[in-house]
Structure formats: C-alpha cells, structure tokens
Design a protein around this ligand. Sequence first.
Ligand code: NAD
Length: 275
Amino acid sequence: MSIPGVKKEPAPGFAGGTYPGLAGKVVLNAGGSRGIGLAMAHGFARHGAKIMLLASGESGLDSARAELEAAHPGVEVEVFAASVADDAAVERACAATEAHFGRIDVLLNNAGIAMNKPTLDLTAAEWRQAIDIDLSGVFFCAQAAARRMMAQGAGAIINTASIWGVSSSAGRTAYCTAKAGVVSMTRSLAVEWARHGIRVNALCPGYTRTELVDRYVRAGRIDAEVLADRTPLGRMAEPEEIAETALFLASDAATFITGHAFVADGGWTADGFGR
Ligand SMILES: NC(=O)c1ccc[n+]([C@@H]2O[C@H](COP(=O)([O-])OP(=O)(O)OC[C@H]3O[C@@H](n4cnc5c(N)ncnc54)[C@H](O)[C@@H]3O)[C@@H](O)[C@H]2O)c1
C-alpha cells in the first residue's frame, strides 16, 4: 500500500525466518482480514498452518481468504464474522474453529481500532468502543481460546499491543490505556497459564503501513513523514516485518519466552528524546 507523503520502500534486507514446527498448527487469527493480521496469516500459511480468520462482518474476510488461497495453494482457511467485543460471538468462533480444525494451537489477538482524539473531546461511547475492542476483545479471545489450549496442554497466544502500550502520548488516552492493559493482561495470563503449557506474549509494533494508519494520514490527522523521521530507523514498518515477530513467538524457537512485551518499532521507544 502507499501512504501519501511517504515514499514506499521495501523493508531493507528483510528475509522471513523458517519455523518447520508451525506446519499443521491451527491458528485463530482475530483481526486477520487486513493489515498486520493479514500479513500474519500469510506468514503462517507460508509455513503450512491452518487458519481461521475472525473479523468484524463487513471487513473483507472473503477477499482475504481468496488472497491467501491464491498465494499459498493448498492452504486451509476458514472465516468467521464476529466482533471481538462480543464475548458470546467469540466463544462461537472458537467452537467453530475447534469443530472444523479439531483444536486451537495459536491465537493471534490482533483485532483493534485506533482512537486518537483530545481527551476532553472523547465521548463516553468512544472510550467504551476503544476499551471494548482493544482491551476486552483481547481478553474474550484469550479466555475462549485458552479453554481449548488448556485441555490440549499446549498453546501460544500473541496479543498485539503497541508502542503505545509501553509509552504514552497526548491525544491517545483510550488507546494507550487499552494497549497498556493488554501488556499487563499478557503478563497475568502468562503467569497463570504457564503450568498448562500456554505461552502468552504481547507484540508492540511501531507505526506500520496499514489501513489503520493510512486513514489518519488521509484525514490529515497524522503526518507520515514526521512519523518516519521520529523513528530512528527512518521509516514505518511493513506489515510483514511485524508478522515475522508473531511467527517467532508462536514457534518452537521461543519455548522459554512468555509474559514478554516484544517491541518491534525501529527504535521508537528506545529514543526517549524523540526528534
Ligand atoms: N498499524 C500500526 O501502525 C499499528 C501500530 C501498533 C499497533 N497496531 C495494532 O495492530 C493491530 C492491527 O492493526 P492494523 O494496523 O493491521 O489495523 P487494520 O485496521 O488494518 O486492521 C484491523 C483488523 O481488526 C479487525 N477488527 C477491527 N475491529 C474489530 C472488531 N470489533 N472485531 C473483530 N475484528 C475487528 C478489522 O476487521 C481488521 O481485520 C491493532 O490491534 C492495532 O492497534 C497497529
């Protein structure tokens, strides 16, 4: 995708890893219809995993499935339309995944919305929407998936938080609060479920070229060049660079990693001075 004002550059030197243990794994991918979640689906499909895409109704689930099937012949992809904010629908999505594929090995808790607004202008409905989707939705998916993983004695959960889960900024109170909650929730769940063989990690991306960012750039509410310049590596992430960290965290290369907030941000949070 192209974002006005920023030259599209391929991620310099990027080469995805290979994790043979991901072959045949069943992956429930919440928010997998586009952006970072769809890039994750491509990464798991490349490894021979089976994928259930979950996203809200009108979000391009069928075109995402068609894209995956065209790119990875033979891949098994199912779709389920639901809002992660609806706990009963999330439970139905997990039941459907189990009914179709027999188990859930990996949960990608990726569904999310942005909420950038001066705090005094934020309505109660907007606050609730951000918390319902970005925080409660992560919890509902984790709880429903973990019920299956516990019975299996194994599983990996990757919760997509953000740099705004480990740092803060003006005009993002609801988003920062939700994402910091995701990081904290990740640690709690990791500790509670470790003895059941379930690893839980958070992924904290920096700014990444997706529809979520593009919408704000198009509306003139964020400046893509400023974001790129603020990032020590001098650019935004490509979705496949963020997806790569999820592959690693889900893989048997990461068997001793749990309760971690994995930052992939081109140095953004390391640079306390900013620019
Ligand atoms: N793009 C970035 O710069 C960036 C940076 C840090 C963190 N993140 C986080 O990464 C995740 C994915 O972001 P993205 O940029 O790919 O966004 P995106 O808008 O491109 O995609 C979001 C996905 O979530 C789904 N979704 C949204 N609300 C939902 C709901 N209520 N129920 C089910 N599905 C829902 C959408 O259908 C879509 O599949 C989000 O959690 C976001 O907060 C993004």
